[in-house]
Structure formats: C-alpha cells, structure tokens
Design a protein around this ligand. Structure first.
Ligand code: AP5
Ligand code: MG
Length: 214
C-alpha cells in the first residue's frame, strides 16, 4: 500500500500516518520530521531548512524531492509507505509521479484529511511534539500519560516553533496557495480519498481504512 497524506497543517496527517503505517506494517515517512531531525543534528540540510520552517514557508523543492526519491527506493519500502507532508507542491507531485513510474510502483491513494481553518488554529496551540522521536500529542485531545513527557521514548515534549499563532496563519496561507491544488491533481488521476478530519482520531482512522478498501 503506497499512500500520501494530504491536508492543511494540523489536519492530523502525522497522527493518522502513524496508524496507517502500523496497520499495513510499512514505513511512515514525514518530511517535516526528517527536517526537524536534521535541524537537531546540526546538518547542512537542517541549516538550510530551518529559516524556511521557522517562518512557516515551504523548504525549496530541490531540497526535498531527491531526499524522498532516495527514501522510497529503499528496501523497507518494497511493500509500500505512508508519505506525510510530501508532496506539497505541484512540482513535487510531478517529481513523485516520475520516480514512482520508474520504480514501477505508483501511489495507490492520496488521503485528504479535510479540516476547516478555524479548527486548525485551536488544535495547533494544544499540540506538543517530542524532541526525541517526533511523536505528537495534544494537551486536550491526546494527552501523554505524564505531562510534558513522551510516552514512547521518555524525552521532553515541546510546543513547535512554527506552532505560534502568527506562524500558523502563514502556514495556512501557504497551504491554500501551494498545496491545496494537489487535491485536484490526485482527483484527476482517480486516487483521491477525502475524509472528514473534524471527527475524533478513531473515527478519522476508521474512515481512512474504509476508503482504502479495508
Ligand atoms: P510538517 O511537519 O509536515 O508540518 P505540517 O504539514 O504543517 O503539518 P503538521 O505536522 O503541523 O500537522 P499534521 O497534519 O501532521 O497534524 P498532527 O497529526 O500533528 O512540516 C513542517 C515544515 O517543514 C513546513 O512548514 C515546511 O517548512 C517544511 N516541509 C515539510 N515537508 C515539506 C515539503 N514536502 N516541501 C517543502 N517544505 C516542507 O495533528 C495536529 C494536532 O491536532 C496534534 O496535537 C494532534 O494530537 C491533534 N489532532 C490530530 N487529529 C485530531 C482529531 N481528529 N481531533 C482532535 N485533535 C486532533
Ligand atoms: Mg505532522
């Protein structure tokens, strides 16, 4: 199963991608997590990506396309993968299409998690992310067992720099401008599966599985 998660920032792509990956025993590939790990590790890629991310802008296509192409060609992606946060622009979607055609394994579904902007803003302020493994929580909707500590790896949970309200608005604008056109891109190819992202996490997951033909 090769799946793309589409949706606005905070729509729940990461939350659902983890579940889909577990269900099908395939890797969860989040470009945002890859960049954050590179920033933490002080790599060249991290240095280049940081200023764009902190401003709520997209990292340039050339920094992300090859990275994903290499990642999905790896052995552990032979049975599929969940791409979370990629593609985010039409050129990225075209690059992915070219590479998957070459690999002889095209994407099966683009799952679009639909959430209106008003709901996004309130969700982001409550999100907490693990500095260690990238796991995501919400202070109300999905709290960790111990406040401020990751259930999975025990490291500290933080409010992401780009989750400040003013940056969230920029990210939403960037989403509408550059990423939303991908909904039509995948609809035209008969691959779009839209789910209502305003429901509970379990309900959203159930709808995704239904759309994936489970
Ligand atoms: P990225 O990390 O991908 O951020 P994003 O797309 O803005 O998405 P988020 O991770 O903020 O939201 P999400 O949809 O994963 O929601 P989550 O599950 O956490 O990218 C960050 C930056 O990296 C970009 O701005 C860009 O600069 C750069 N970048 C990354 N990829 C790139 C690319 N391909 N090209 C260029 N630049 C790129 O959920 C949000 C919160 O809501 C959580 O607290 C969660 O617990 C809660 N929640 C989830 N579902 C529900 C529900 N059903 N009900 C209630 N609460 C819920
Ligand atoms: Mg995410």
């Amino acid at each position: 199963m090769r799946v793309i998660m589409l949706g606005a920032p905070g729509a729940g792509k990461g939350t659902q991608a983890v579940r889909v990956a577990e269900k099908y025993a395939i890797p969860h590939i989040s470009t945002g997590d890859i960049f954050r790990a590179n920033i933490k590790g002080g790599t060249e890629l991290g240095k280049k990506a940081k200023s764009y991310m902190d401003a709520g802008k997209l990292v340039p296509d050339e920094l992300v396309c090859d990275l994903v192409a290499d990642r999905i060609a790896k052995e552990d992606c032979a049975n599929g993968y969940v791409l979370d946060g990629f593609p985010r622009t039409i050129p990225q979607a075209e690059a992915l299409e070219a590479v998957t055609k070459k690999l002889g394994a095209e994407v099966d579904y683009a799952v679009n998690i639909d959430v209106p902007d008003e709901a996004i803003v309130s969700r982001m302020g409550g999100r907490r992310a693990c500095v260690g493994c990238g796991a995501t929580y919400h202070v109300v909707f999905n709290p960790p067992k111990k406040e401020g500590i990751c259930d999975t790896c025990g490291q500290t949970l933080i409010l992401r720099d780009d989750d400040k309200p003013e940056t969230v608005q920029t990210r939403l604008n960037v989403y509408h401008d550059q990423t939303q056109p991908l909904i039509d891109f995948y609809a035209e190819r008969g691959k779009l599966a839209t789910v209502d992202g305003t429901r509970t996490m379990d309900e959203v997951f159930a709808e995704i599985l239904e759309k994936l033909g489970e």
